[in-house]
Design a protein around this ligand. Structure first.
Ligand SMILES: Nc1nc2c(c(=O)[nH]1)N[C@H]1C(S)=C(S)[C@@H](COP(=O)(O)OP(=O)(O)OC[C@H]3O[C@@H](n4cnc5c(=O)[nH]c(N)nc54)[C@H](O)[C@@H]3O)O[C@H]1N2
Ligand SMILES: Nc1nc2c(c(=O)[nH]1)N[C@H]1C(S)=C(S)[C@@H](COP(=O)(O)OP(=O)(O)OC[C@H]3O[C@@H](n4cnc5c(=O)[nH]c(N)nc54)[C@H](O)[C@@H]3O)O[C@H]1N2
Ligand code: SF4
Ligand SMILES: [Mo]
Length: 738
């Protein structure tokens, strides 16, 4: 442990601010006693934690304009009065002296990570003018496709992209959850509807995980729900090559060979069907394609699956029987489990998760996967009308027009698309809320970005990506915004949380406003929504809920709809049933049913370990890396390696090692452990920042993504995955003492 004074020195905070101090009991930065003279009465502000998408509602206690304390909102069905370690320490972000405070432009034409951009403070008018002028120039000379927007697919972003006429909106979803989305859309929810996030763990009696590790992310509600289920006698069975936190709580941990869950699942489905253990009523009432499924899985015997997966056939059969006969049972899943963007066969795994849950009648039934429970709200398009958008060309820089089921963007292929200048040259990029370490082989993207004429970045921190920017567009944190947020990650009933921000601390602007200002400056006024129409839309939302902001505030910051659970009997597919043989897949020429696909790469003599990527409870990727207390808890990431393998390599706990793939080489601290297979090395993501402006995060740990290859679209199309996932773990590595 380091002493308190050292800690503050090390985080560079004393020098830059006298209003903050680290409260050891609370574990985060708070305004000093001097700054926060207690008022007679503390004010309460309601809000939603923006660190991870669980979105726990909080109550912020405010003294003299400073938020001094955060608590989970007890009325919120997600938070239930609690926040996790990251949520509780997130005030550090609001009051972080490293934050971006005003727009800036670079004056050093030389670009590179570690090269001082020689920032100059500018006005918002100038910043927006720079983007608008550059975009107009590029559209006139090279066409709108020469502009690439990297951002999440929020409605206002899709609108902006369509208004300027580029096909290039690059969203991270193929690095995160695309396989689950496409599986749910084709089988249950319908085209473009994505997937539900709610699982009723609390009432489940048998929780089966293939890499799902919700509690290991300190996902507030899910950790609690699993504990409660266990206390009520539920059984928890976890397949994971690594002893995850969820696996450590399980009755059984099965260290499956990575990338082979599909074989086990196909054999389990076969067992449940041929042993007649499925829910006959649910299958006959609510599904189509059962006979085709039955025919398909005949070939996948447990003995066959054993050879592939290292899981004994008897164990596969026993778990399948237990799963089908203990009611209610659920295959747990979120984003980056075996059905996430990890392997060439993950899309088929995601399909099998849905099939397993359907076979036991656990789709939208207590103890199972729950479909969205949203309040009926008006849509912006009913209030704001725009003229027709300019026609954008079809070819995208990431080649995603060649994937018929998903067009959101491809983190894998975008860099090589830009570098190849095919199908056209790219001249400018605008980034919102993304950072370089989120891309596989970030060095290639860095190289690609250096070929552009112009880069604009919206962030809250000076990251390594902002070091490459020509103009920086600072946004406020989630404590400084306003709104109304749907409860989504756990919504057993419709619920909304009020967001009442504090006055922005600095000269920051919400990105939506920035986009509209850019459109205005580009003389595309017709695509800027009318203020009055937006006000009417906001008013209509509250009217639809039958309440007002004031009333929600006095009701504890939460609006709650009808709590009665009415199981759904119709689904969003064309047949309104759960489709084992989805028409969406058939129409686009894909095999509608899951089938066995080998993982793309396997450990070999030269590279004997598979890279396994995971997250810890203490960090949320790049968002939490500058929070001193979280770095104090867990100072850098590690490579977990099986203890006997470490012994062979003469590696001890805490030694630095080189981990090397054909793409890159990183130096990282070793953690020998019994909790991992001997053919794997597991590294947690979040570390390895190269941006000097983040004084706490800078230089800590390494980025495991530097080991993951990027690709051309042609290389990617060779993989049999209709969802175009990034395949993070299709990487083999070697390890040596550093
Ligand atoms: N604390 C925290 N919470 C977060 C995040 C964070 O960074 N930190 N990030 C958020 C985001 S954006 C996402 S996408 C999610 C990610 O959170 P999760 O979806 O939980 O993803 P990971 O932490 O990557 O865990 C993946 C697990 O899959 C296991 N695994 C790997 N290969 C295989 C395999 O072949 N078979 C099986 N059965 N298991 C395998 C890994 O060992 C690991 O335990 O969490 C969200 N919440
Ligand atoms: N190597 C590797 N790469 C990965 C993953 C991995 O496990 N390993 N995981 C993938 C997954 S699952 C995901 S979801 C993506 C996520 O990728 P990203 O979205 O890039 O990651 P984040 O860490 O969520 O945030 C990126 C940036 O957003 C900034 N930011 C935070 N809040 C705000 C805000 O309110 N406004 C603005 N303008 N900026 C803000 C942060 O400072 C940070 O620089 O990464 C993917 N990339
Ligand atoms: S789980 Fe933690 S980080 Fe995620 S929203 Fe809730 S409090 Fe915030
Ligand atoms: Mo993600």
């Amino acid at each position: 442990m380091i002493s308190r004074r050292d800690f503050l020195k090390f985080s560079g905070l004393l020098a830059s601010s006298s209003i903050l101090e680290l409260d050891r009991d609370l574990g985060f930065l708070v305004p000093s006693a001097e700054a926060a003279q207690p008022e007679k009465e503390e004010k309460k502000l309601y809000g939603v934690c923006g660190i991870c998408s669980m979105g726990c509602a909080y109550i912020a206690y405010v003294q003299n304009g400073w938020i001094v304390r955060l608590e989970g909102n007890p009325r919120d069905q997600i938070a239930e009065g609690k926040l996790c370690v990251k949520g509780r320490s997130s005030l550090n972000i609001l009051y972080d002296p490293d934050r971006l405070k005003y727009p800036m432009k670079r004056t050093n034409p030389k670009k590179g990570i570690g090269v001082d951009p020689k920032w100059v403070k500018i006005s918002w008018d100038e910043a927006i003018g720079m983007v608008a002028t550059k975009f107009k120039e590029i559209i006139a000379k090279d066409g709108p496709q020469a502009i690439v927007i990297f951002a999440r697919a929020k409605p206002h972003l899709k609108h902006f992209v369509k208004s300027i006429g580029t096909p290039n909106l690059i969203v991270h979803s193929n690095a995160c959850d695309v396989s689950h989305d496409i599986a749910w859309e084709s089988m249950v929810t319908g085209k473009g509807k994505g997937r539900p996030f709610t699982v009723d763990y609390e009432n489940s009696r048998y929780i089966l995980s293939f890499g799902w590790d919700g509690p290991g992310k300190s996902k507030n509600k899910w950790g609690r729900a699993v504990n409660n289920a266990l206390e009520k006698g539920a059984r928890l069975v976890v397949f994971d090559p690594r002893l995850s936190i969820t696996a450590s709580k399980a009755h059984e941990w099965i260290p499956i060979k990575p990338g082979t869950d599909l074989a086990v699942l196909l054999a389990m489905i076969r067992t449940i069907i041929i042993e007649n253990l499925f829910d006959h009523e649910f299958i006959s009432k609510y599904t189509i394609g059962f006979n085709e499924l039955k025919g398909r899985v005949q070939q996948y015997t447990p003995e066959w699956a054993e050879k592939i997966s290292d899981v004994p056939a008897g164990r596969i059969v026993r778990i399948a029987r237990e799963f089908a006969t203990t009611k209610p049972a659920v295959v747990a899943s979120h984003k980056r489990d075996a059905g996430g963007p990890l392997y060439s066969n993950s899309f088929r795994v995601a399909q099998c998760f849905i099939i397993m849950n359907t076979l036991v009648g656990s789709i939208d039934r207590p103890g199972g996967r729950i479909l969205d429970r949203k309040p009926k709200l008006p849509k912006e398009k009913d209030f704001v009308k725009y003229p027709e958008y300019p026609k954008a060309i079809k070819e995208r820089i990431d080649g995603m027009e060649r994937y018929p089921l998903t067009k959101k963007g491809n983190f894998f292929t975008v860099a090589q698309g830009i570098l190849s200048k095919k199908p056209y040259p790219v001249k400018a990029a605008l980034f919102w809320k993304y950072n370089l370490p989120s891309f596989p082989n970030r060095l290639r993207l860095e190289e690609a970005l250096k070929t552009l004429d112009f880069i604009a970045v919206s962030d809250i921190y000076p990251t390594e990506l902002t070091e490459l920017a020509d103009v920086v567009l600072p946004e406020g944190t989630f404590f400084e915004g306003k709104g109304l947020k749907e409860r989504k990650y756990h919504a057993m009933y419709p619920q909304m949380a009020l967001v009442e921000g504090i006055k922005p601390l600095y000269d920051t602007k919400g990105f939506k406003k920035v986009l509209y200002s850019i459109l205005k400056k580009m003389a595309l006024k017709e695509y800027v929504p009318d203020e009055e129409a937006l006000k009417a839309f906001s008013k209509a939302k509250f009217e639809a809920l039958g309440t007002t902001k004031k009333e929600i505030h006095s009701n504890g910051g939460i609006w709650t709809g009808d709590k009665e659970f009415k199981p759904k009997t119709e689904f969003g597919t064309p047949s309104k049933k759960i489709e084992f043989t989805p028409s969406l897949l058939k129409e686009k020429g894909f095999d509608p049913l899951p089938y066995w696909i080998e993982p793309k790469v396997m450990p070999n003599k030269e590279y004997p370990y598979r890279l396994i990527i995971y997250r810890t409870p203490w960090q949320r990727m790049m968002k939490t890396q500058n929070i001193p207390v979280l770095i104090e808890i867990y100072p850098e990431n590690t490579a977990t390696i099986y203890s006997k393998e470490a012994e062979k390599l003469n590696i001890k706990d805490g030694d630095y090692v080189w981990v090397e793939s054909t793409t890159g080489k990183i130096k990282v601290k070793a953690h020998p452990s019994e909790g991992i297979r001997s053919d794997c090395v597991a590294i947690d993501h979040s570390f390895g920042h190269r941006g000097k402006g983040m004084s706490v995060a800078f230089g800590k740990g390494s980025n495991e993504g530097d080991l993951v290859p990027d690709m051309t679209i042609e290389e990617m199309l060779k993989n049999p995955d209709p969802s175009a996932n990034v395949m993070w773990n299709e990487v083999v590595v070697k390890v040596s003492k550093a």
